[in-house]
Write a protein that binds this ligand. Structure first.
Ligand code: 4AD
Ligand code: MG
Length: 425
């Protein structure tokens, strides 16, 4: 079983349980007969001691590299910890060049120094602790105020330098998943959408998650489906009266439609299959469906109907349609990336996500083609130092509320809607 370091260390009387642990090497010490590694995954301050026999090839096992260790959890002979992991297999997931890596083994770097490396500092003990405390405090505040609404004032100018409002927290989340393994953020997002549609805002809230050591789109889709369903069930059980009122007065029949979504497994089709389905029905559309073109709202809604009003994942989009960070499927002439959108009844696209390109050279080529290499050196660093396969998604929170409540216009599910040329409050 895959366990977090915290989970492994929490085992009271280890007795040879077989586990797999993934994380980053915090220290490495080799003696004549044995090799000691300390592996940390951000789940707690503690690292797990891994004991291997010195015949393991340790060339790539450097401070900072990411590893996957399989073995047996046993009682530790040392007083320092209860449990240690007797390694049977150690795999380096991403190597780390100690000379270039800005942090040195055993050195205590001052905060000012760490501040120069905002994309890597979260892998140190001190920033790890600060940010775990911050996360606990955030959770405590969330539950204290729940439900709350906030007014955000976008800043045009910050310390006299022009600033930009974020369109997504994804790239920063990738920094964090490179230390804490699994992370999420939930906050306001800004887009200059020139659209009067019923599903676009200029300021909306987005739930974003990023997961390291992720193996496949399937695993990502499971998290998405589970987030969708669990949240809905919690809402249904915590405020059934409010949900009932919305359903009854705003969307007759929505109770059954929601139940239908919750009790069925979401479907999966490829972008290529989606285009085939749409082509069969092209007389219904204003925009002619075509391989290599974006899906329009009318296409998305048709696909969901076609799937019996069950949410449907559309995967593997053409590379040309998607941003540089999505993982190349390397699949020949119909070149696709490991992207996924979840389409839902009444709304269309609710989630967008992908596996990220974790391979340095492929990412560098994509950035070079766009002339972005220089601006994204820090992002490339994440692939130079202990890179791991990872992926994530974003869910539009207002669209989610629209979908479960059956509310037609997005402006009705947010206290202060801001949209094209309209920012009344
Ligand atoms: O598909 P999007 O653009 O994906 C991203 O931004 C990724 N970087 C997220 C990630 O992987 N971490 O946006 C995600 C979702 C959309 O599926 C949609 O539900 C919502 O955000 N969204 C909007 N909601 C309201 N108004 C808008 N203008 C929106 N634009 C996107
Ligand atoms: Mg999208």
């Amino acid at each position: 079983a895959r366990v977090s370091v915290r989970g492994a260390l929490g085992v009271q009387s280890a007795n040879g349980e077989r586990v797999k642990v993934q994380g980053w090497i915090r220290s490495i010490r080799s003696q004549k007969e044995v090799l000691f590694l300390h592996v940390n995954d951000g789940s707690s301050l503690e690292s797990l001691q891994v004991v291997a026999d010195s015949s393991f090839d340790s060339r790539e096992l450097a401070f900072g590299s990411s590893v996957e260790v399989q073995g047996q959890l046993v009682k530790s002979p040392s007083k320092k910890q209860n449990v240690e992991l007797k390694a049977e297999k150690i795999e380096v997931v991403g190597s780390c060049d100690a000379k270039a890596f800005p942090f040195k083994y055993k050195e205590r770097h001052p905060l000012e120094y760490l501040r120069q490396y905002p994309h890597l500092r979260c892998r140190t003990n001190v920033l790890g602790s600060v940010l775990r405390v911050r996360s606990e405090a955030t959770a405590a505040i969330h539950s204290f105020f729940k439900p709350s609404s906030k007014i955000k004032v976008p800043e045009e100018n910050f310390f006299n330098i022009p600033v930009f409002l974020t369109v997504s927290g994804q790239l920063h989340l990738e920094v964090m998943s490179g230390a804490f393994t699994q992370v999420f953020t939930f906050g306001p997002t800004f887009r200059a959408e020139n659209s009067q549609s019923r599903r676009h805002l200029a300021e909306f809230y987005m739930v974003e998650a990023e997961i390291s050591f992720l193996e496949s789109l399937q695993d990502l889709m499971q998290v998405m489906e589970s987030l969708f369903k669990t949240t809905a069930m919690t809402v249904l059980s915590n405020c059934p009266k409010d949900v009932e009122l919305c359903h009854k007065f705003l969307a007759p029949g929505q109770k059954d439609r929601l139940e239908h979504m919750l009790k069925n497994n979401f479907l999966i089709i490829s972008y290529t299959e989606a285009v085939e389905i749409l082509k069969q029905a092209s007389q219904n559309f204003t925009f002619t469906p075509e391989w290599g073109a974006d899906l329009h709202t009318e296409h998305e809604k048709y696909l969901v109907k076609h799937c019996g009003d069950i949410p449907v994942f559309v995967i593997n989009y053409p590379l040309v349609l998607k941003p540089f960070y999505m993982r190349d499927n390397e699949d020949g002439p119909q070149h696709t990336v490991a992207a996924v959108d979840l389409l839902v009844p009444g709304v269309g696209e609710l989630f967008g996500g992908s596996l990220r390109e974790e391979r340095y050279h492929l990412l560098e080529q994509r950035l070079a083609r766009l002339g972005l290499t220089e601006a994204y050196q820090w992002y490339l660093d994440l692939r130079r130092f202990g890179s791991v396969p990872h992926g994530g998604f974003g869910m539009g929170f207002e669209r989610y509320l629209q979908c479960i409540l059956g509310i037609d216009n997005i402006k009705d599910v947010i206290p202060f809607p801001r949209f094209t040329h309209s920012c009344l409050l």
